[in-house]
Design a binder for this molecule. Sequence first.
Ligand SMILES: C=CC1=C(C)c2cc3[nH]c(cc4nc(cc5[nH]c(cc1n2)c(C)c5CCC(=O)O)C(CCC(=O)O)=C4C)c(C)c3C=C
Ligand SMILES: [Fe+2]
Ligand SMILES: [Fe+2]
Length: 347
Amino acid sequence: MRPFLVNLFTDPAILRVPGFIRPWLGKLIAWRRTAPAMENYAVLGGKSPLLELTIAQGEALDAILAARDPSAEYKSFVCMRYWHPMSDECARAVKDWGAEEVLLVPLYPQFSTTTTGSSIIAWNEAAAKIGLSLPTTTLCCFHSDEGFAAATARLVRQSIEDARNTLPLGVPLRVLFSAHGLPESIVKAGDPYQWQVEQTVEAVLRQLNMPELDSVVCYQSRVTPQKWISPSTEDEIERAAHEKTAILICPIAFVSEHSETLVELDVEYREEAEKLGIPGYFRVPAQNSDLAFITALTDLVLRARNGGRALCSFAGARQCPKQHGDCPHARARADAPARPAGMPVSA
Ligand SMILES: C=CC1=C(C)c2cc3[nH]c(cc4nc(cc5[nH]c(cc1n2)c(C)c5CCC(=O)O)C(CCC(=O)O)=C4C)c(C)c3C=C
Ligand SMILES: [Fe+2]
Ligand SMILES: [Fe+2]
């Protein structure tokens, strides 16, 4: 656990302090985080299911790609950011396989400098180190992709039906779209993540087409003592409990089950909600290898190979928006209505 956390907290994209302090401070924070993190993973039997679920997503993607485009040979390689298989192992496997072209597909729907941006930097460094120099396209994000939004909306709709069938008549239900949080300073420095999360929620709500639905966007998993973006999922749970409203939590920034859904949402927040007397607590499952989600991912991959209209070729710098001159996401951002006063500016 500790080497994983050291890798995480010594990443300059995560710990934004001068370079000479980072190794020391990163190790100190990792040291302090080890015990609570171990407790979380203990609930899952001592390990995260994330790698297995990601491998399964890659295999499902390969199967649909093979059926949809027999003119090319596709193979997914899984790459994790802070534990094995990491970029260097993955780049070597890609080279050994004899790939002629690379498409980097983040499994973070929304771009953040702390996640996708950091992963692209790690990939570029690893590929350069082993002399892997292939035509490479990068999918920066798919926050508003209609296929992704439709697949997510289908899961939300099913969970709403299940919740309504369980709840006594007359108990109101609110959907909490819960995204991973981020320190506010990172968003203020230009990280487009929060804006993209809001875009995802709007796209999912459009697909749901339930104008009467009560919903809110909130942010979970605060890790450091700085000010993180708000409202927090915990505060929204408390508000719902006081308003005698049942909640359905939809993880909106993860596409796989892992500790932050299976432990934080399913155990910790649930316990807190029940203590506060919430009339109902439900959760939308993550996409994992859901067929509609993998089909949406397949469409994104094929569009990338056939001209890349839905993609941007993000080169790997920290400030995503400044790199996206001709990116449809950047254009959508420019067209977005002004944010309400007082809201942090994300892009
Ligand atoms: C300052 C610290 C962190 C930031 C910022 C952060 C952003 C961020 N993370 C995810 C998704 C995941 N994070 C996961 C694990 C994890 N993340 C942090 C810290 C920050 N994340 C820590 C310390 C850990 C380790 C677990 C823990 O100590 O609680 C994981 C993997 C979980 C698993 O089951 O293995 C994911 C996935 C996003 C989407 C994000 C910001 C956009
Ligand atoms: Fe994280
Ligand atoms: Fe983009």
